[in-house]
Write a protein that binds this ligand. Structure first.
Ligand code: ATP
Ligand code: MG
Length: 444
């Protein structure tokens, strides 16, 4: 793809309205454009990255046996009156009236809607567990939308819901999502730490937020550094091993400020292991039992002939927020160099040929190399402009493909100047470059 043909409105300087680096970069390279307060259009570069994140999120949901559905953005107020949240939700809910004067709303979350879907179809314990998810726009009329798409009003979320016959089974579902979240964030090259959290307006008793460390984060966190050494390897989807995995994380004190208790922190964590810092919430899971199933009458027949309300949990990932969170984690704003993890990079590699008015031979070489790369399913962006070398490099550094090829006048023969962003360049044969990139992509 030629850079001159892309819809890629790059700015020379950082826009002054952006306070944090993800917002700066996203506006600078034209990933998003604000349409009104807290509401954004996603332009090709930003949309491409978000779609790749979405794909990974989806794959990891499918792996634990969750089934994808799609619920509407606009909901009727009726079901929210049944659960009692129509009043409780307050000003964050965008309320709308249709032409029949019916009270509608733009969904901020979907517990009610999915419970309504469940109760109308599932009648027996034999159909449980059910794990349903969707990836859909949400609207919350945030009092202070800020930091671009990090805290906006319309945002893209994966939300999942589990339905089980007992608390014990429901915990199993909870732990499946716990594992799937750790795997999802790993594949995005993020270290997201599960932290015990308050349950807020969703209600219930068991809840974890998944937080990545970032100075610009809005959550204050208190944690035991040793939690960063934990990892998940070949966890099986079995009750016991998943319960142990969650316990392994819970063994280390790790909470957001809502749950912080100074005495407990100092008792449980030696001073050299204490870490007090800030983070970004990228996911949040809740177990809330029969909070919604009871008020909305979602029950199933049990094996002995009795009926009981199903036990539910809900599980959110901020898909659009993740775009910003990854930039916060990966963008060096001093050097102005972004390096996207290869799993979600908008392009795998950028080719930077030196082109002048009367010599386009480097562009020809770039085209030939690009064809080879594309034949191997490697996504390429070529700078086909006649700008000077340093401004071309600057631009590509902002776009953030993790690899670069530089084609100067002297590039001839077999060896090509190749660079992994952030490392020294080396001269490699094209077939070795292809091999290296394919290997990196396969790791995901
Ligand atoms: P926060 O504490 O950041 O306001 P929340 O606890 O209200 O978030 P949840 O209801 O847990 O959010 O939503 C699930 C996920 O959706 C969050 O973990 C976050 O990644 C994302 N999210 C929530 N609110 C916003 C928003 N205003 N803008 C972008 N993403 C959001
Ligand atoms: Mg939350």
């Amino acid at each position: 793809m030629y850079i001159s043909k892309l819809f890629l409105p790059i700015l020379k300087n950082n826009p002054s309205e952006a306070k944090i680096k993800s917002h700066q970069l996203m506006l600078r390279v034209g990933m998003i454009k604000q349409s009104s307060a807290g509401i954004y259009s996603w332009l090709p570069l930003g949309f491409k990255v978000m779609k790749k994140i979405e794909k990974i999120v989806r794959e990891e949901q499918n792996k634990i046996g969750a089934q994808e559905i799609l619920m509407p953005t606009i909901q009727s107020s009726e079901i929210w009156k049944e659960s009692g949240r129509y009043e409780d939700y307050g000003e964050e809910m965008l309320r709308i009236k249709d032409r029949q004067n019916r009270e509608m709303l733009y969904g901020p979350t979907n517990e009610e809607l999915v419970t309504d879907i469940f109760r109308s179809s599932i009648k027996s314990y034999k159909s449980l567990p059910q794990l349903l998810y969707h990836i859909q726009w949400k609207f919350r009329d945030e009092i202070r939308p800020r930091f671009g798409i990090m805290r906006c009003r319309e945002f893209y979320m994966k939300d999942a819901y589990s339905f089980d016959v007992s608390d014990d089974e429901a915990l199993f579902s909870y732990n499946k999502f716990f594992l799937s979240y750790l795997k999802t964030f790993n594949r995005l090259d993020l270290t997201a730490i599960p932290m015990a959290a308050d349950t807020g307006p969703i209600g219930g008793n068991l809840s974890h937020e998944f937080i990545i460390l970032a100075e610009t984060g809005e959550s204050k966190i208190f944690t035991d550094k040793r939690i960063f050494d934990l990892s998940i390897k070949n966890e099986k989807l079995e009750k016991k091993s998943l319960e142990n995995m969650r316990k392994k994380y819970e063994n280390y004190y790790s909470v957001t400020d809502e749950k912080f208790n100074k005495e407990e922190f100092e008792k449980k964590v030696l001073s050299e292991n204490r870490l007090i810092t800030k983070g970004i919430e990228v996911g949040h899971i809740f177990y809330f039992g029969d909070k919604y199933s009871k008020s909305m009458g979602a029950s199933v027949d049990l094996s002995g002939g009795k009926k009981d309300f199903v036990k539910m949990g809900s599980y959110g990932i901020g898909v659009s927020r993740l775009v910003g969170a990854i930039i916060e984690a990966k963008y060096d704003d001093k050097q102005e160099v972004m390096k996207w993890p290869i799993s979600i990079a908008p392009y795998d590699i950028s080719i930077i040929p030196m082109i002048s008015k009367n010599d386009s031979s480097a562009l020809e070489k770039a085209n030939n190399i690009a064809t080879e790369l594309q034949n191997n399913k490697i996504e390429v962006i070529i700078d086909d402009t006649e700008e000077n070398f340093s401004s071309k490099i600057k631009k590509m550094n902002l776009i953030g493909a993790p690899y670069q090829i530089i084609i100067g006048k002297q590039t001839d023969g077999d060896l090509i100047e190749f660079k992994e962003v952030g490392k020294d360049s080396q001269n490699l044969k094209l077939k070795d470059i292809i091999k290296l990139i394919i290997e990196q992509k396969a790791k995901n």
